[in-house]
Design a binder for this molecule. Structure first.
Ligand code: ZN
Ligand code: ZN
Length: 249
């Protein structure tokens, strides 16, 4: 690691991306902004330290950043939140940590995809399983099913279909996760997205992090950014390739 940075923020991003717990500690001590995102242009940004560590699956760095209060809702310009990027790469342990710290399972990216949908696209079976256990909603919208086209036969999608058929949803307090029917669960009155088996679970989830995340789930944009369009066409290609491969098998 010969590279050096004159500023603490740059050092923080570098350390997070490279999995250096010591480097992250030093950068924070030197005054780095824990939620700093290096915006390169109107359409590209590095993502925060938590985003980069989640992307690379650096569990210890993620744990440290969460303990220090890093935001689980701040997105990079790609419109991904840390939970999306962890799900995208199948970093199940990171997914778990983020959710334990209040990250909302139903957070949407610029395609209106949730982390569960993202994990299914890349068929990260363990991640899909864990997301469902943690309470991600398996009743995926028709528009997504259309996007997935021939990719519906993967193990991930089978898990989703099984969860959907059971008609059971899970309590969103990660310490609980009890299954229950939609009608009997209480919704968070503010975001109407997270649901709980009891008032106690709602209070507990609020204090572990939902307080900071509630209301930050939706991705809203006045119009698709150039990056979004670029990213969408890239994703469409990837899905088409995955579908072709699935058919060959
Ligand atoms: Zn809420
Ligand atoms: Zn519960």
């Amino acid at each position: 690691m010969a590279e050096t940075f004159s500023d603490a923020n740059g050092s923080l991003l570098y350390a997070a991306e490279n999995g250096s717990v010591e480097g992250v500690k030093m950068a924070l001590k030197a005054g780095a902004d824990i939620d700093y995102d290096r915006v390169n242009s109107e359409v590209f940004s590095s993502g925060t330290a938590l985003f980069l560590a989640s992307n690379r699956g650096h569990v210890d760095v993620v744990r440290l950043l969460l303990r220090k209060g890093a935001s689980v809702v701040k997105r990079s310009k790609s419109t991904f939140a840390p939970l999306h990027t962890a799900a995208h790469n199948g970093n199940t342990e990171v997914v778990d940590l983020l959710v334990q710290h209040g990250a909302t399972l139903e957070i949407k990216d610029g395609f209106q995809y949730t982390p569960l949908m993202t994990a299914c696209i890349y068929n990260h079976v363990d991640t899909v399983k864990r997301l469902i256990e943690l309470g991600a909603r398996p009743d995926l919208p028709d528009s997504y099913i259309d996007d997935m086209r021939g990719n519906l036969s993967t193990e991930s999608m089978q898990l989703v279909q099984e969860a959907r058929k059971s008609k059971l949803l899970r309590c969103c307090n990660p310490k609980c996760g009890k299954p229950g029917y939609r009608k009997t669960m209480k919704l968070c009155g503010r975001c109407k997205l997270t649901r709980y088996c009891s008032r106690d679970c709602q209070i507990q989830h609020w204090s572990v992090g939902h307080k900071k995340c509630c209301g930050h789930d939706a991705y809203t944009n006045d119009g698709p950014s150039p990056f979004f369009k670029f990213f969408k066409s890239m994703a469409d290609d990837l899905i088409a390739q995955a579908c072709a491969r699935a058919k060959e098998l």
